[in-house]
Design a protein. Structure first.
Length: 480
C-alpha cells in the first residue's frame, strides 16, 4: 500500500488539511536536506498558523524524487532519530516539477503570482558565482549555456533571472529569494550572482531586480544522511505503507533567517525558526564549528577506515582532535548573543556521536574545494600563530586528494575540481610537492596562507606522517 492522502496512517497525519492551503513557495533543489529542513519547518508553520504557503518543489537534475512524490500526493515520512524516534508525514509539498523533463514549466512557475518566496538548496557548486569577484563565473557550464539562450535557461542563476524577467513583464511583484545552502553571506552572494547574470542579459531588468527583489540571508542546520533502502523498509515495517521518498535525520534542527520578506512569509518562527537582523555571526559559528569539524571527521575518518561519522566518534584520539578543532574555531568567533559556545560545542559532539544517524564520511567529503575555504581556510587565516588544528584538517584533505585509500584502492574524489587536482598532483612524488601543488591551485587558498611558510610546514609535517605511517598514527601523534 503506497503512502498517499487515501492511505495515510492516522498516527502520522499532519495537523492541518493540505487541500485547504495553496502554493506560496517555489523551492529549487528537492533533495533530502530540503525535505528534512525547510519543508518540515513549513509543515510546522502550516499546522501552527495556516496560510497559502505550501511548496512547489523543483528537482533540477533528478526525476526519481519527482516520480516518488507525485505517486504519493507530495507526501513523505520524516523520521527524527535520537534516544526516542519520532516519525511524521510532511504534507507541505503541494506540487512538483522536474526541470530535466519540462524546463519551460519551471520557468513559467517562477512567474506564478502566488509564488511569493523562492528558496534554494542546490549545493555550492551549482550556482556558478565567483565569490572573489562577487559576480557570475562565466566559465561555469550552466552560466555559459544560459547566457547564450537566457529565455530557455536551465541553470540556477539563469532560471531565477528569467523568472524575474517574466514577473517584471507581467507587472508582478518580485518574490523574496532565500538561499538555504551553506555559503557565507549567502543572501548577498546570491544577489550578486543574479544581478551579474541579469546585467549581461538586460541592464534595465538588472536595475528592476536590484530595486525590487529581497535576498535575505539564512543559516540552516540539520544532519540529514542520504536515504537508503533500510529507511523505506523501516516505514513499511512500522506503519504498513510504502514510502519511496522516506528520509531520516537527527532530532536537532536550527534555522536563522534575516527577516526581509516584502511579500510575506510562512510562520516559520512558530515552528522554531529564529528571525534576526544579522545572520552572519550565526553563520560563521555553524560553518566553522559544525561544518569545519564535519570536514575534519570526513577526511581523517574516511582515510582511517570509518564509514560513518558515528563510527569516527568512537575513535577516542580522533574525538580529541575534533574537540580541539571546535575550540580553535570558537576562539575566532567572539561572543555571540543567546549562544553559549561551550554548550554548542558539547551539543555538536553528542550529535556527531548519535548512533541512530548513519552519515557517511565519504558523503561529507565530496565537493571539498567548494567547502574548504569557508570551513577551514578562513578561520585558519584568522588564527594567527595558532594554526595546528586547521593545519591538521588541511593535511587530512590533502591526504584525501591523493585518491588512494590505505589499502591501495582508488576512489572518486567527487569534487568539481577533481580533474584539476589530479593534474596538479601528477608527478608530485614528495610530501612537499603534494602540499605545494594543492596550495597552488588557483583561487582556493587565501594569499595569506599561500605565503605562510609556517602553515606550509605544518601541513607538510602532518601529511608526511599520514602518508608514511597511516592516518591512525597521524591522529595519535598530533601534538595537543
Amino acid at each position: 500500500m503506497r503512502l498517499s492522502l487515501k492511505n495515510l496512517p492516522p498516527s502520522l497525519a499532519p495537523a492541518y488539511d493540505p487541500a485547504a492551503h495553496g502554493i506560496g513557495i517555489l523551492h529549487l533543489g528537492l533533495g533530502a536536506f530540503h525535505r528534512a529542513h525547510q519543508a518540515a519547518y513549513t509543515d510546522g508553520a502550516l499546522a501552527a498558523e495556516g496560510g497559502d504557503w505550501r511548496i512547489l518543489g523543483v528537482s533540477l537534475r533528478s526525476t526519481d524524487i519527482i516520480d516518488a512524490l507525485a505517486a504519493q500526493d507530495g507526501l513523505f515520512t520524516l523520521t527524527e532519530r535520537g534516544d526516542t524516534d519520532r516519525t511524521r508525514v510532511i504534507a507541505a509539498i503541494g506540487e512538483t516539477l522536474a526541470a530535466a523533463r519540462d524546463g519551460e514549466a519551471v520557468r513559467a512557475a517562477l512567474a506564478r503570482p502566488e509564488v511569493r518566496v523562492i528558496t534554494l538548496t542546490v549545493t555550492e557548486k551549482a550556482y556558478g558565482i565567483d565569490r572573489a569577484a562577487m559576480d557570475i563565473d562565466p566559465a561555469h557550464p550552466d552560466v555559459a549555456a544560459d547566457l547564450k539562450d537566457p529565455r530557455h535557461a536551465n541553470g540556477v542563476l539563469g532560471l531565477l533571472v528569467e523568472g524575474l524577467r517574466r514577473r517584471q513583464k507581467a507587472s508582478l511583484p518580485a518574490p523574496a529569494i532565500l538561499c538555504c545552502d551553506n555559503l557565507p553571506e549567502n543572501g548577498a552572494l546570491l544577489r550578486a550572482g543574479v544581478l551579474g547574470f541579469a546585467r549581461r542579459v538586460d541592464t534595465g531588468l538588472a536595475e528592476w531586480i536590484a530595486a525590487n527583489t529581497a535576498f535575505p540571508a539564512s543559516m540552516v542546520d540539520r544532519i540529514t544522511p542520504a536515504a537508503t533502502d533500510a529507511t523505506a523498509d523501516r516505514i513499511k515495517d512500522l506503519f504498513g505503507v510504502t514510502d519511496t521518498a522516506a528520509i531520516e535525520c537527527e532530532a536537532f534542527a536550527q534555522w536563522v533567517i534575516e527577516d526581509n520578506f516584502p511579500q510575506g512569509r510562512p510562520a516559520w518562527d512558530a515552528a522554531g525558526a529564529l528571525f534576526v537582523q544579522d545572520v552572519a555571526p550565526y553563520e560563521r559559528m555553524k560553518l566553522r564549528m559544525l561544518n569545519g569539524a564535519h570536514s575534519l571527521i570526513a577526511y581523517a575518518g574516511f582515510i582511517a577506515g570509518h564509514e560513518f561519522v558515528r563510527d569516527a566518534m568512537q575513535d577516542a584520539p580522533l574525538v580529541v582532535l575534533v574537540d580541539r578543532h571546535m575550540k580553535a574555531a570558537a576562539a575566532g568567533l567572539g561572543a555571540l548573543a543567546d549562544i553559549d559556545l561551550d554548550a554548542y560545542r558539547h551539543a555538536l559532539l553528542a550529535r556527531f556521536a548519535n548512533r541512530s544517524i548513519a552519515h557517511q564520511t565519504y558523503q561529507i567529503a565530496m565537493d571539498g574545494t567548494e567547502k574548504l575555504p569557508q570551513r577551514i581556510l578562513a578561520p585558519d587565516v584568522e588564527a594567527g600563530t595558532n594554526i595546528e588544528a586547521f593545519a591538521f584538517a588541511t593535511a587530512a584533505w590533502m591526504r584525501y586528494c591523493t585518491g588512494i585509500d590505505e589499502q591501495g584502492r582508488p576512489y572518486d574524489l567527487r569534487d568539481p575540481r577533481a580533474a584539476e587536482i589530479h593534474a596538479a598532483l601528477k608527478g608530485a612524488t614528495t610530501t612537499a610537492a603534494i602540499c605545494d601543488a594543492l596550495i597552488g591551485l588557483p583561487d582556493l587558498f587565501p594569499k595569506a596562507l599561500v605565503e605562510n611558510n609556517s602553515f606550509r610546514r605544518a601541513c607538510a609535517d602532518r601529511l608526511q606522517i599520514m602518508l608514511a605511517s597511516g592516518m591512525a598514527n597521524a591522529i595519535a601523534q598530533e601534538p595537543l
